[in-house]
Design a protein around this ligand. Sequence first.
Ligand SMILES: Nc1nc2c(ncn2[C@@H]2O[C@H](COP(=O)(O)OP(=O)(O)OP(=O)(O)O)[C@@H](O)[C@H]2O)c(=O)[nH]1
Ligand SMILES: [Mg+2]
Length: 176
Amino acid sequence: CGSTFDHTCSVFQHKVIIVGLNNAGKTTILYQFLTKEAVHTTPTIGSNVEEIIVRNSHFMVWDIGGQESLRASWYSYYCNTEIVILVVDSTDRERLTLTKEELHRMLAHEDLQNASVLILANKQDVKGSMTAVEISQFLTLDSITTHTWHVQACCALTGEGLPASLDWMKSQVVAN
Ligand SMILES: Nc1nc2c(ncn2[C@@H]2O[C@H](COP(=O)(O)OP(=O)(O)OP(=O)(O)O)[C@@H](O)[C@H]2O)c(=O)[nH]1
Ligand SMILES: [Mg+2]
């Protein structure tokens, strides 16, 4: 990788990055994966990293800050990433165009050529939020032929949809 940072991990671990706009729920998801509880979060400056074990598969999961000034540095985490989790705030219709741009920019990056992409349609508990299907259509996921992708509806506060997400991640690393 041409990365200036070396966020690699051991051969026994699978590297995962969680990206998405600020306030999407990335940090809440990371700690819901880890503790099965909704933790209180503050906007992430830099990143958090935790190891998550799913039936003997070890994932090093990097949760990266999504504020505008931080998005330009996402690429420095791409090296050796096997799975990209893109978290979408399903209530945030206004910024879905921005998410779409970030997604397609990521897919074009050479360091992510072999990565699989999991799109999480988060905040499904909020009335009037967009469905996973609406988000898939808006992000034109069907046009993605270069990467394996999957979309999952979830709620980071209750954890709904997150066990299924971990199952999908596990299936990806077993398949590869
Ligand atoms: N209603 C609802 N709120 C959520 C959900 N997930 C996260 N939130 C809230 O959304 C806010 C932002 O969550 P974070 O996890 O800090 O967001 P983030 O994507 O890590 O944001 P940055 O670190 O700034 O990039 C918090 O107030 C969370 O409690 C959800 O599923 N439903
Ligand atoms: Mg965060």
